[in-house]
Design a binder for this molecule. Structure first.
Ligand SMILES: [Zn+2]
Ligand SMILES: [Zn+2]
Length: 289
């Protein structure tokens, strides 16, 4: 039986090398040791066959696929090399998948996703292998399904007829017109002036926040939505501001915070509350293991 220099237990070494082999990361010499052990040891042969079977069965179904071997063997770098949604998918997968947890322990890692380091995506997994790319694509698809539900959408604008009585009214009208036309930067500018002149106008502030968010500034928008929520007495505006806040928060990539905000939307009675419940259900199932 071939001796693995780093481990006393040749069966444990075989198991570790199995993952390296699937990741395409073992050299000729270890590969032939691996082959030899596989033909000598019925127990490890069964384990190997099971490993292959499990991964093949899993790769075709609807679920999030197992964590690719290439990621497992580079586990230390993974936390820093994946984005928020991917990290979330990994964490959830590990919550549900004993096999991936077992494999990580075999490799000497804790089955936990490391917290992201300062420079997100600064470290690349060694030459993105096909299995990693396939996994990413699958996660990306699931993430898009979630993201499409969390994308900020414009608020409906009631048509106001009549002649503006003063300059602020006129700004408001022009701002809402720009908003309706999808000119969000112009809308944000005009509505911002209105809000400055009439800080008590929570409804306009809501449109202002939405325009800011749709101009691509979700962080600034979240601040505005929080202020609207705190300043208004109208339940309708509270619900809408929280709903908008959830979308802005998701836009910042903070899915956990978005979830918390969505929960707070569900206590209201309006349409957004049922949308929030629906979205929370989706977030529960996507991306699961
Ligand atoms: Zn063995
Ligand atoms: Zn798994």
């Amino acid at each position: 039986m071939a001796n693995e220099p780093r481990a006393n237990d040749p069966h444990a070494a075989f198991r570790r090398n199995s993952l390296l082999r699937l990741a395409g990361l073992i050299g000729e010499e270890v590969l032939s040791e691996h082959e030899k052990h596989r033909s000598d040891c019925a127990f490890c042969r069964d384990e190997w066959n099971e490993l292959i079977r499990e991964r093949e069965a899993h790769s075709s179904d609807e679920q999030v696929p197992h964590i690719p071997p290439r990621m497992l063997v580079n586990w230390k770098e993974v936390g820093a090399s994946v984005g928020v949604i991917e990290r979330e998918a990994l964490a959830r997968h590990l919550d549900h998948c004993d096999q991936c947890c077992r494999e990580l322990r075999f490799l000497g890692f804790e089955p936990k996703v490391e917290a992201p380091q300062e420079a997100e995506r600064a470290i690349d997994l060694p030459e993105l292998a096909d299995d990693v790319q396939r996994w990413r694509a699958r996660i990306g698809e699931l993430a898009r399904q979630v993201a499409s539900l969390l994308v900020p959408t414009p608020l409906p604008v009631a048509v106001h007829r009549g002649v503006p009585r003063n300059e602020v009214d006129e700004q408001r009208m022009l701002g809402l017109a720009a908003y309706t036309n999808g000119e969000y930067e112009t809308a944000a500018e005009r509505l911002g002036d209105v809000v400055k002149a009439r800080p008590e106008d929570a409804e306009t502030a809501l449109y202002f926040g939405s325009a800011v968010c749709l101009s691509g500034l979700p962080r600034e928008a979240s601040e505005i939505f929080r202020q609207v929520f705190e300043s208004t007495d109208s339940e309708e505006l509270e619900e809408e501001s929280l709903w908008q806040l959830a979308q802005a928060t998701a836009g910042l990539g903070d899915i956990d915070e978005a979830r918390t905000v969505l929960h707070s939307v569900t206590v209201y009675d309006g349409e957004n509350a049922s949308r929030a419940r629906e979205m929370l259900k989706r977030l529960e199932t996507l991306p699961p293991a």
